[in-house]
Design a binder for this molecule. Structure first.
Ligand SMILES: [Cu+2]
Length: 152
């Protein structure tokens, strides 16, 4: 009697253990295709992880802040130029969550930070700054095309 109870108990433990293990592995395999689906959705269009907003107005703000900063540096309006450069970086950050191209994202962020640093140094060479502006505008063109390839 006692022996069979122990055996039953052991069998029950085994069943529970295999159920738990089965559950665990089931969860793992279920999680993997989910991650794949999310990636696929991100490439096809506006990802669910993105803020629900149209990033295009940010691109306009970015362009305006960039042109203002360069204009103000040229006019010797250092304080205003620094404000515009700050605006440039913050609008760039707003667009970041909508971008799926990591290289482009990185380049755009670096271009904005570079311009801000040079404006904040207070001794930005207007000609060098103009070159940086053109480089950033080229990246912005690519970014706009990239954002338009997604549905927002
Ligand atoms: Cu988006």
């Amino acid at each position: 009697m006692k022996k069979s109870k122990v055996l039953l108990g052991a069998a029950a433990t085994l069943v529970i253990m295999s159920l738990v293990a089965g559950c665990g592995s089931g969860e793992k395999t279920a999680a993997q295709p989910q991650a794949g689906q999310q990636q696929a959705a991100g490439h096809a269009g506006h990802s669910q992880t993105m803020p629900k907003e149209d990033p295009m107005p940010f691109m306009k703000d970015m362009d305006k802040a960039l042109q203002d900063a360069v204009k103000q540096v040229k006019a010797g309006q250092t304080m205003e130029a620094q404000k515009s450069a700050g605006q440039l970086v913050s609008t760039t950050e707003k667009v970041m969550p909508h971008m799926m191209d990591d290289a482009l994202k990185d380049n755009l962020r670096k271009a904005a930070a570079d311009i801000k640093d040079s404006v904040n140094s207070g001794k930005a060479d207007p000609n060098a700054l103009e070159g940086k502006m053109k480089a950033m505008q080229e990246l912005m063109k690519q970014t706009t095309a990239h954002l338009q390839s997604m549905s927002h």
